[in-house]
Design a protein. Structure first.
Length: 131
């Protein structure tokens, strides 16, 4: 511990005597970190661009919701989702999945919302901001 304390004291005295260099290096490091964080240089290579042309929507109702109410809400939600011109079809499921991987009740509603291709929606690739 004595070795570490001595090295720390030497480094601290050096940093205090050369304040301008210390502050300048710190400002450069902060500027470089901001560049990396906000320029988009890093981060995108770890995740692929996902553009599958569909949405998976999940709605959660009150836990006391029964099957009839869950079906009624799911039907209304499908009508709303299909009212968008970009949505040709929408399917829904009330309750837990068939494979039993989720133990939710009738308060869980899930929707597969199919989307038209961008070309059919009048959206060109120049109008769509890619992240």
């Amino acid at each position: 511990m004595t070795f570490v304390s001595e090295r720390y004291n030497v480094a601290l005295r050096w940093a205090i005597r050369r304040r301008m260099i210390t502050v300048g290096v710190c400002l450069l490091l902060v500027a470089f970190a901001n560049y990396l964080a906000f320029s988009g240089v890093i981060g995108s290579e770890f995740l692929p661009h996902l553009d599958e042309g569909a949405l998976w929507v999940r709605g959660t109702l009150a836990p006391s919701t029964g099957p009839d109410e869950g079906i009624r809400v799911a039907n209304q939600a499908r009508i709303v989702l299909c009212s968008f011109p970009e949505v040709p079809q929408c399917t829904s499921q009330v309750g837990r999945p068939d494979d039993g991987t989720d133990n939710t009740g009738f308060f869980n509603t899930e929707y597969f919302v199919d989307l038209k291709p961008k070309e059919q929606c009048g959206l060109s690739s120049t109008k769509i901001k890619k992240n």
